[in-house]
Design a protein around this ligand. Structure first.
Ligand SMILES: Cc1cc2nc3c(=O)[nH]c(=O)nc-3n(C[C@H](O)[C@H](O)[C@H](O)COP(=O)(O)O)c2cc1C
Length: 245
């Protein structure tokens, strides 16, 4: 082969390599799951990364609370809670506030907002998009009563101004690791990390919450209109404690 031919061949091989690397490398996505119909998008304020409560104080004082006042929380509170649960903390490497087995990030976070639950935010069901720190509204209705029914009648779900729901896509993990038992463990453990962050962030902001693992999976799925590939792992009602007043 001539010298010119060799150079062209090398260039073609490099181009092919770059194309393959681009296609197989995980790309950050700014779009939502296509199975989710988004009515409108709300920009969240940036999370504030300094507070008055130390991690040690938050761990020491964290308690599950099941009765709330009807005081609204703020959009800043929502931003902090979403960020704690799944926010992007390293944009360059696309890493999040919560560790993820194999960096798969199979969790999705929703916030169910009651009427007057959040100042400046209408009631409805919202999906958190961590890539651009937005809430994607998927329903206009106050779903707290129906969610409470789906959570075996736990009254605190409808009493709280908001409920955070963590879902997991087990198939996303299985696509990487194949072993279903391992993947179920990985996804559920990751939801535990997100949940503890919600507890601690709530505590740091003077809010309270409780982790709920008792609910009817299929009923929550219907109430929230979740995509088929997502299963609910946790529900977190959040509000101001009724015991402090
Ligand atoms: C996996 C898991 C599931 C839970 N499910 C519920 C639940 O469905 N309803 C509820 O009221 N509390 C639930 N809890 C909260 C526990 O009852 C609570 O953590 C426990 O009473 C200890 O209290 P503390 O969180 O204040 O330390 C759950 C906690 C965990 C870790």
């Amino acid at each position: 082969m001539s010298r010119k031919g060799k150079i062209i061949l090398i260039i073609l091989i490099i181009l092919l390599g770059v194309t393959i690397a681009y296609l197989v490398w995980p790309q950050p996505t700014t779009t939502s799951n296509s199975q989710r119909t988004v009515i409108s998008t709300i920009n969240l304020p940036n999370p504030i990364l300094e507070g008055n409560v130390s991690v040690e104080q938050a761990i020491q004082n964290r308690r599950s609370v099941r009765h709330y006042t009807n005081q609204s929380i703020t959009l800043q509170d929502v931003s902090q809670l979403m960020w704690a649960a799944q926010g992007i903390t390293d944009k360059a490497n696309n890493l999040r506030s919560v560790p993820s087995g194999g960096q798969v990030y199979p969790l999705e976070v929703y916030i169910i907002v009651g009427k007057d639950g959040v100042t400046g935010l209408s009631e409805g069901i919202y999906h958190y998009n961590p890539y651009n720190n937005t809430l994607e509204k998927t329903s206009e209705s106050d779903a707290r009563s129906d969610l409470s029914q789906a959570a075996n009648g736990q009254a605190w779900v409808k009493e709280a101004p908001v409920d955070i729901v963590i879902t997991g896509d087990y198939s996303k993990m299985v696509a990487k690791y194949k072993d279903e038992t391992l993947c179920t463990r990985f996804v559920n453990l990751e939801a535990g990390h997100a949940g503890e962050n919600i507890y601690l962030e709530a505590e740091a902001r003077g809010l309270v919450t409780v982790a709920l693992g008792s609910f009817k999976d299929d009923q929550v799925h219907t109430v929230l209109g979740l995509p088929a590939n997502e299963n609910t792992i946790y529900i977190y009602p959040v509000g101001y404690s009724a015991y402090n007043t």
